[in-house]
Write a protein that binds this ligand. Sequence first.
Ligand code: C5P
Length: 220
Amino acid sequence: AKPVIVAIDGPSGTGKSSTSKAVAAQLGLSYLDTGAQYRAITWWMVTNGIDLEDPTAIAAVAGKPEIVSGTDPDKPTITVDGVDVAGPIRTQEVTSRVSAVSAVPEVRTLITELQRSIAAGAERGIVVEGRDIGTTVLPDADLKIFLTASPEARAARRSGELKGADVHATREALIKRDAADSSRKTSPLAKADDAVEVDTTELTLAQVIECVVTLVEEKR
Ligand code: C5P
């Protein structure tokens, strides 16, 4: 069978990562978490004291860190210059700063090239999750999914992940990050015209996975 390319986009807290990993594992495909790549470059900028208020400073060093993503859905990995950053990229500091870094066009160009080369190298196909995969990174994907959920459901899921973090604060932070990601000039968070929108508010994770697996199988 020819490799199948699946793009899964949507705001945070819609179950994108859990769904994408499970679908890839079930169908024997590779998996790429593009948010982790933007988090990794942000982690490197924070660690190296780059002024994140200054897009020119970010652009000037964007090509310095070497980001490597492992694409096994059962154990996704991410390293920066050989250092495992799977833990550090999930801190609140990185989460609160990633939108400023990911809005810089030079950063997006570099990361987009990396994403395209990883997708092209996936022999059996790949599930790529992010914000601009269907619109910009892989516009010829075989299947594009856009996941949504109510702000309440998204905040509740994220707070659950963060083990009891304040739902209200989490909701505010989520809304702020999505607004920044949706309003930036270069490849904002957006649904591609030919994407299938799945509202996950009233669905269990198992139901969302089943829905996406069925859609992929229809394309094969
Ligand atoms: O998916 P996750 O929440 O880990 O993504 C972190 C951030 O990375 C997003 O808030 C966004 O700023 C950026 N991102 C992006 N384009 C993508 C994936 C993530 O700009 N395709």
